[in-house]
Design a protein around this ligand. Structure first.
Ligand code: HEM
Length: 409
């Protein structure tokens, strides 16, 4: 174990954090030890990413909450620095223009307006109406893997669910689903280097919006275009950006939660058996997975719009702030025995795996519903499930897999 030691010397804090530790292999193997040291340091810890940008890492629960709600921490740095007077030689490309309109990258007041428009269409009722449909898809996937006998929980079970749910929610007709899935796989995996998939996808969303304007249905696109009649609506880029964001934000996160909840349950067999005995625990298992190993380690970076005090230290003006959800969700000031996975814990509700405040996950109830229905279906239909290899984590960006087999029941 490393010893935490720091001393104040002429106003400079000396300690034993390396400048790029967050990204180093030892930290990747055990990130929670790093965040425990950041919490103990009692100040934001500067770390340089591989591109050389300095981030100020914050990991205590109370401090992450403060950072998420801070009115002078946000995304649109260009509104707060001296305007660059040199005219840009190139106008933004269409893909750049569209991604700059994503809700997740905007601050109030633009964020407020877009969020209100989409929230009106994306209500708890809309999500609840999908329950039977999602349960049906989960059941089909479980039947499919049972026939396989041996399978990968990422590819065969978790991955196909969210993209189909988003297609259903948005209102993509059956005959277009295969195209929609192809584009989204390319866009979500960030392998759309020439922007071709993004542009084809944008044209498709445009065309679907036109069809729904003429012939509305009971879906999200129809609800969004219906607002045009009330004089307030998403413009074309905003509509495309919104559907694209739903895919990006709702796909890997949900796959990650499903895969890691199965991994955590199967590696804690007494809790897996508790779930088999009482499938109503599926929701609690999802919450504890979100706390113990949520899909978002650090929220998308924000900037300090001026020099400000946070987490016991000072963040210089215009620098990046790295608010760690993994650090917050293992804070012993909020969770008892935070490094224990325990689906029966009483304090799980304090987790902030979906963020907090302005950008609180728009799809939280949908993501929770998908993961819970999948766990219920697996617990009901595949009680003999076994891991066929030791897997200590499922990291989707690193080819993460979860090899399973249907054992004896
Ligand atoms: C935002 C986590 C699923 C759509 C966020 C944020 C987090 C998060 C931490 C806040 C980011 C920030 O503060 O910058 C998760 C987790 C999921 C999940 C753990 C697991 C199931 C989904 C799903 C959808 C979705 C299923 C939609 C279909 C969004 C959107 C935002 C967002 C649109 C941006 C909200 C805004 O900027 O106002 N999510 N998400 N997420 N999420 Fe999720």
């Amino acid at each position: 174990r490393r010893v935490i030691r720091f001393a104040r010397q002429g106003g400079t804090v000396i300690d034993d954090f390396g400048p790029t530790e967050l990204w180093e292999p030892a930290t990747r193997r055990d990130p929670h030890a790093f965040y425990a040291r950041v919490r103990a340091a009692g100040r934001p810890v500067p770390q340089y990413d591989p591109a050389g940008n300095r981030f100020w890492i914050v990991a205590r629960h109370a401090d992450v909450l403060e950072g998420l709600q801070h009115p002078e921490i946000g995304h649109e740095l260009h509104r707060h620095v001296e305007p660059d007077l040199s005219p840009s030689a190139y106008p933004p490309s269409e893909t750049e223009r569209i991604s700059s309109r994503q809700l997740i990258a905007l601050d109030p007041p633009d964020h407020t307006r877009l969020r209100r428009l989409v929230s009106t269409a994306f209500t708890a009722r809309t999500v609840a109406r999908l329950e039977d449909w999602i349960a049906g898809v989960a059941a089909e996937l479980v039947t499919h893997v049972r026939a396989l006998g041996r399978f990968d929980a990422v590819t065969d079970l978790a991955d196909p669910l969210p993209v189909n749910v988003i297609a259903q929610l948005v209102g993509v007709p059956d005959e277009d689903r295969a195209r929609f899935r192809d584009w989204s796989a390319t866009i979500v995996s960030a392998s759309d280097y020439d922007g071709a998939a993004t542009l084809a996808f944008a044209d498709y969303v445009d065309e679907l919006a036109a069809r729904r304007r003429a012939d509305p249905r009971d879906d999200l696109i129809s609800a969004l275009v219906a607002q045009e009649a009330q004089g307030d609506a998403l413009d074309r880029d905003e509509l495309v950006a919104m559907v694209q964001l739903l895919l990006i934000a709702g796909q890997e996160t949900t796959v990650d939660v499903i895969a890691n909840s199965l991994r955590l349950l199967l590696t804690h067999p007494e809790q897996w058996h508790d779930l088999l005995a009482d499938p109503a625990l599926a929701g609690a298992a999802v919450e504890e997975t979100l706390r113990f190993r949520g899909p978002v380690e650090i929220v998308p970076p924000r900037f300090a719009f001026r020099e400000l005090d946070l987490a016991g230290g000072t963040i210089p003006a215009f620098e990046r702030v790295g608010l760690s959800l993994w650090g917050a969700n293992r804070d012993p000031e909020v969770f008892s025995s935070p490094d224990m996975f325990d689906l029966h814990r009483a304090d799980v509700a304090g987790h902030i795996a979906f963020g907090y405040g302005t950008h609180f996950c728009l799809g939280a109830s949908l993501g929770r519903l998908e993961a819970r229905l999948m766990l219920e279906a697996v617990a009901r239909e595949l009680p003999g499930l076994e891991l066929t290899a030791e897997v200590d984590d499922v990291r989707l960006h690193h080819g993460g897999a979860l090899p399973l087999q249907i054992g004896r029941t």
